[in-house]
Design a protein around this ligand. Structure first.
Ligand SMILES: Cc1cc2nc3c(=O)[nH]c(=O)nc-3n(C[C@H](O)[C@H](O)[C@H](O)COP(=O)(O)O)c2cc1C
Length: 160
């Protein structure tokens, strides 16, 4: 396989961008991710690739839960704020206000248009990212008219 072409081909896959959060006790992690997709209607499953050495990975494994905050098309700067390690100050994380998700208590960013919580039902550890398969257990829609942020439009890449 040609490594250069592999990179270009895999970068043509299309993605959204999401702020993934998790919590175990008083420990909190948050990060912007793109490797996420719905994977079943019934039960409603999602699958996502989470970096093995990340804090997010640790807290998702420990708690068995996560929250996904869906970014709006005009929230590229919010996405950028969650590439760095997460820091909680009062009711803000990386400078953005949050509230606790009902089941996991993971951060829900109140400026973002939609969110869901999911419970891990399977994890596949074959590469440098773990594929978590998780069942959606709660949802919230703050702004029904918002369009989602798409990775291609940001000029960023994660994949290849
Ligand atoms: C464009 C972009 C997309 C990313 N997508 C993912 C992803 O799908 N999965 C993942 O685990 N990390 C992804 N990351 C890295 C996370 O944002 C980063 O690891 C996260 O902030 C968590 O770091 P920490 O828990 O080690 O502090 C991506 C980074 C960038 C720049």
């Amino acid at each position: 396989m040609d490594e250069g072409v592999k990179k270009r081909v895999l970068r043509l896959l299309t993605y959204g961008l999401y702020v993934l959060t998790a919590r175990d006790g008083e420990e909190i992690a948050a990060g912007t991710v793109n490797w996420l997709s719905q994977a079943s209607f019934q039960p409603p499953l999602v699958m996502l690739g989470v970096k093995r050495d990340s804090k997010l990975h640790e807290l998702i494994e420990k708690s068995g839960m996560m929250a996904v905050n869906i970014l709006a098309a005009d929230q590229k700067e919010v996405a950028a704020a969650f590439f760095k390690p997460s820091q909680v100050e009062g009711d803000k994380i990386n400078g953005y206000s949050f509230e606790e998700a009902p089941n996991s208590r993971a951060p829900l960013l109140i400026d973002l248009p939609a969110w869901f919580e999911a419970r891990v039902v399977e994890s596949v550890k074959k590469g440098d990212h773990t594929v978590f398969v998780a069942e959606v257990i709660e949802v919230g829609l703050r702004r029904a008219d918002a369009k989602p942020l798409e990775m291609w439009d940001t000029g960023w890449f994660y994949g290849g």
